[in-house]
Design a protein around this ligand. Structure first.
Ligand code: CMP
Length: 139
């Protein structure tokens, strides 16, 4: 089925002017950008978005990193969008990511790993709602 997922192009990628290159890989993987905006996340936004990781040792640094520069938040649509996006992103740690994936191609480290993507359809809905109003998504 055609579904939606949520993506973030992270500060390491915007800093290196890779927004277009990353988006091209998403599109070539069969995903369509149906919403997109460049924002500088507030500390509150980052902490809320990553609240599930609050108890993890990397939570503070993760929130520092995600607020260190602009990000591009996107809604992606396509056949089985969550899995399709996860496949093209590659493993969280670029050292483990497969050839041809976004993280293998561009990521600098497990933290500066270029992209975020929702890990389930349920979380995709929550994450899309966290950053987008209904009228900002044009399918
Ligand atoms: P993301 O999909 O955005 O969700 C949580 C993020 O935490 C993850 O990608 C990584 O970039 C980041 N992170 C930093 N350190 C770690 C770690 N040790 N294990 C897992 N994720 C980490």
């Amino acid at each position: 089925a055609v579904t939606r997922t949520f993506s973030i192009i992270k500060p390491d990628a915007t800093r290196r002017n890779l927004t277009g290159a990353v988006t091209k890989m998403l599109e070539e993987a069969g995903l369509r950008v149906v919403a997109s905006k460049r924002i500088h996340m507030t500390r509150e936004q980052a902490e809320g978005f990553y609240a599930v990781h609050k108890e993890r040792p990397f939570y503070g640094e993760l929130c520092d990193f995600m607020t260190s520069g602009p990000v591009v938040v996107q809604v992606l649509e396509g056949e089985d969008a969550v899995k399709r996006n996860r496949d093209v992103m590659g493993a969280t740690n670029p050292a483990d990511a497969a050839e041809g994936t976004i993280r293998k191609t561009f990521a600098e480290s497990i933290e500066a790993n270029t992209v975020h993507g929702s890990d389930s359809e349920e979380n995709a809905k929550i994450e899309i709602d966290y950053f987008f109003d209904k009228d900002e998504i044009v399918g």
